[in-house]
Design a protein around this ligand. Sequence first.
Ligand code: CO
Length: 208
Amino acid sequence: MDLSQVFSNNKKWIKDKLTNDAHYFEHLGQGQNPELLFIGCSDSRVTAEELMGLGPGEAFVHRNIANMVSAIDLNAMSVVEYAVVHLKVNHVVVCGHYACGGVKAAMQSADLGILNPWLRNIRDVYRLHKTELNAIECEDKRYDRLVELNVKEQCVNLIKTAAVQKAIRERGIKVHGWVFDINTGKLIDLKIDFESFLEDIREIYHLD
Ligand code: CO
């Protein structure tokens, strides 16, 4: 890859934006008011804004390996706190994707060094849903299902946070679990009933 191309692409992008709206960058410079927090995988084939057809300013984005929401990840927790409490987004999305290398790695027995503790969070999702997953004979289907269950569990992790619990109660914020099908480009809504999850875990995880 010739990186000088990146800078000529950038020049063209600026020109295109200014052709449509001469004040485009002035507006961007005035601040952000995104409605959506998007937590996705760092996979190079998965985009955030592009696959949703959104532009700059419309989504607050956090990406990491296998779209995890870990309570001891200062980065993810800060993003959630900032987006929910300060930017006051109305929607929080965890978006996984089929053919996720992180999820695949967690299904295999291999020592991957510093990746081990990260991937162990996904192994924990497998353990939690072992009966359902082990009943799926086809390995590819089991893999797809673990991608979906991982999204679900990361949504549950989101509603374990005080910021999200409070925002659900006070202003009806919504939590969504989606999967991006890398083979077709389709975005699938897993239609996660996060309110009943909150009800389910309230006894143990309720914070305010
Ligand atoms: Co991935």
